[in-house]
Write a protein that binds this ligand. Structure first.
Ligand SMILES: Cc1ncc(C[n+]2csc(CCOP(=O)(O)OP(=O)(O)O)c2C)c(N)n1
Length: 276
């Protein structure tokens, strides 16, 4: 057996073994606790849990209203978020206001919950300049170039580290974004400099209409971080508690000076790629 065959044989075993990247899941789809140890680690009070729920409902409502406005021709660009309430809102709930968000075009809920006035979100959608002004909010305008926010996150994270801040930079992309060069560059740079960056992949299985299997031969998207020496974890992106806990632990890891983390959230989107 050649070395290539040997390694392929080894990798074939990993492909079928879920324990290569075990998925963190605390709640099942009915809301039942399936991981009591994980649940115990979630340090949210009842009040905070209610607030998190309210934020997810806000995100769903924003999606529904925006979809209607887009159909009436009253919004410009709009990328639906329905189904991704946990992977967007519950992940970002773990970050602090001085942490820096580098969003993609689908990440308006995280920006509004960080403090962006809702009218600015709508102005951004219409291409109005004021919609691009983030004032002193620790974020930038959403990135349309797929994957580019990973390079920015690595750079901002390094800046935070050099300034001695106990903060992180965090960014989101889709599964398709993880096939872009910028994605790898950002991970590699952050890994090399141990920059406090948290990279999210929201894997819904499709880049517009291209299924994941046609855009990468990688058996796990999380494995892409592992090759850059970046701890990489897989979570159930439909489970708000798993989303929160993984993000909080990743933040703790990065803030303590141990470098970046990649989180692959497995999600379902119950809507189209965009309203166009
Ligand atoms: C560099 C670049 N190439 C192509 C596009 C066109 N484009 C917009 S969205 C998209 C698919 C992205 O899919 P994915 O990363 O899975 O994210 P999702 O929108 O599903 O969250 C593409 C190819 C782009 N915006 N930028």
């Amino acid at each position: 057996m050649s070395h290539v065959e040997k390694i392929l044989d080894f990798q074939a075993q990993l492909k079928t073994q879920e324990d290569a990247f075990p998925m963190l899941r605390i709640l099942d789809e009915t809301g039942k606790v399936v991981d009591t140890d994980g649940e115990r680690l979630v340090n949210l009070s009842d009040k905070e849990l209610v607030e998190l729920m309210e934020r997810m409902v806000f995100s769903r409502t924003l999606n529904d209203r925006s979809t209607k406005l887009a159909k009436q021709g009253r919004l410009g660009f709009f990328a639906p978020t329905i189904g991704q309430e946990a992977s967007q809102t519950a992940t970002s709930y773990a970050f602090e206001s001085e942490d820096y968000l580098l969003p993609g075009y689908r990440d308006m809920p995280q920006m509004i919950l960080k403090g962006l006035p809702i009218e600015k979100a709508f102005l951004w959608s219409r291409g109005h300049q004021v919609g691009n002004e983030m004032d002193d909010l620790q974020t930038w305008m959403p990135q349309i170039i797929i994957g580019a926010q990973h390079v920015k996150a690595a750079g901002v994270a390094l800046g935070l580290k050099k300034r001695g801040k106990a903060n992180v930079a965090y960014c989101y992309t889709g599964d398709g974004g993880s096939s872009q060069g910028d994605f790898y560059e950002g991970l590699n740079f952050a890994g090399a400099y141990q920059a406090p960056a948290i990279f999210f992949i929201q894997n819904n299985g499709y880049a517009i209409s291209t299924p994941r299997k046609l855009q990468t031969a990688a058996p796990h998207l999380a494995a892409k971080g592992w090759t850059a020496g970046v701890p990489s974890i897989v979570i159930d992106g439909m489970d708000p508690l798993a989303c929160y806990l993984a993000s909080q632990q990743a933040r703790d890891w990065a803030v303590s000076g141990r470098g970046p983390v990649l989180i692959e959230a497995l999600v379902e989107r119950f809507g189209p790629h965009s309203m166009s």
